[in-house]
Design a protein. Structure first.
Length: 115
């Protein structure tokens, strides 16, 4: 059974930091591309960042220089370090895992940034 369990969300003031974690089980974590997506109320889910099995990273423009995605294959965990948070970063953040034939999602964790 595949499980992606996010943690680390919460309420923070603008300019603050949070670190999200996603613990995976039931997948071959080391070969999967892992990612973080977010969905704000009334908006479509959007890509935040991805990291491939080889460590190549990709970010949406609005988070470049503020967010850092990383992975620990020994712990089957992917992280999202979020610094200099802005109110527009408020959303439910979802962990994503994919390979050539499967896509999996976590249940999401709420991140709220107050101004």
């Amino acid at each position: 059974q595949v499980q992606l369990v996010e943690s680390g969300g919460g309420l923070v003031q603008a300019g603050g930091s949070l670190r999200l974690s996603c613990a995976a089980s039931g997948i071959r974590f080391s070969i999967n591309t892992m990612g973080w997506y977010r969905q704000a109320p009334g908006k479509q889910r959007e890509l935040v960042a991805t990291i491939t099995s080889g460590g190549y990273t990709n970010y949406r423009d609005s988070v470049k220089g503020r967010f850092t995605i990383s992975r620990d294959n020994a712990k089957n965990t992917v992280y999202l370090q979020m610094n200099s948070l802005k109110p527009e970063d408020t959303a439910v953040y979802y962990c994503n895992s994919r390979n050539f034939n499967s896509v999996y999602w976590g249940q999401g964790t709420q991140v709220s940034v107050s101004s």
